[in-house]
Ligand binder design. Structure first.
Ligand code: ZN
Ligand code: FE
Length: 254
């Protein structure tokens, strides 16, 4: 039996620990070594580390963890990251004892070298897909982000979505503005509000849930389209243009 654990870090980051059949865990995006070292003192054993992208809140703990962990660190080819010894890219497979193979997906948009990892049971998507939202476009284009999100949306509905930030409730405000009528989404918000009220993570989500509720996976849905057209005063012609306008709207949304 595998177990998923979200270690809180900084203000709103999670460092995911995924326990394999041999009892050791894959640790994803250790932006801060502190919570991981504390978990190790409590018995966490690390089998491998996965890195999704170069931002410091995802890699900052690597140097300190290197001192206590000799195993492989997988991540993208990006000179801005030091400490990766297994460079991987789109189409590669990560083999780790105790785990099913993880497929590597290139998901540019938030950053240009951003990767996601999935074994079709869990998805580690870094800052690409959030529950009810998606990452900001720091380096990529809206077209790239849309393609990346399309790839994630094509994963099995039951796939557990392990996002790196607790943004769900703040994303929810925009989701409601962008698509006023969505009863399933409203049920999700009620569930998540209850979890957050007791200090529990809103994550992991599921791909099927995000497809039903996340405005950025629904830029073609009629209710969403009419919301966007109302906001803009016109209807962008292409799917790419609609996604781009939706992302720009969220960037300015208060
Ligand atoms: Zn980031
Ligand atoms: Fe981040």
């Amino acid at each position: 039996m595998t177990a998923l654990l979200a270690l809180p870090a900084f203000e709103d980051n999670y460092i995911w620990c995924y326990r394999g059949s041999n009892g050791a865990s894959i640790v994803v995006d250790p932006g801060d070594a502190g919570p991981v070292l504390a978990a190790m003192a409590d018995g966490l054993r690390i089998e491998a580390i996965l890195i999704t992208h170069h931002h410091n809140d995802h890699i900052g703990g690597l140097p300190a963890l290197r001192a206590v962990f000799n195993g492989p660190v997988f991540g993208p080819a990006d000179a801005r990251i030091s400490g990766i010894d297994r460079i991987v890219g789109d189409g590669d497979t990560v083999h780790t004892p105790g785990f099913r193979p993880f497929r590597v997906l290139a998901v540019p948009g938030h950053t240009r070298s951003h990767l996601a990892y999935t074994d079709d049971d869990v998805l580690f998507c870094g800052d690409t897909l959030f529950s009810l939202g998606c990452g900001r476009l720091f380096e990529g284009t809206p077209d790239q982000m849309l393609m990346s999100l399309d790839r994630l949306a094509a994963l099995p509905d039951d796939t557990r979505v392990c996002c790196t930030h607790e943004y769900t409730l703040s994303n929810a405000r925009f989701a409601v503005a962008a698509e006023p009528v969505n009863p399933e989404r409203d049920r999700l918000i009620a569930e998540i509000s209850a979890l957050r009220a007791t200090g529990q993570p809103s994550l992991p989500s599921r791909i099927g849930v995000e497809k039903a509720c996340n405005p950025f996976l629904r830029s073609d849905h009629p209710e969403q389209l009419s919301g966007l057209a109302r906001h803009l005063g016109y209807m962008p012609e292409t799917r790419q243009a609609r996604f781009s306008a939706l992302r720009a709207w969220k960037d300015r949304f208060q």
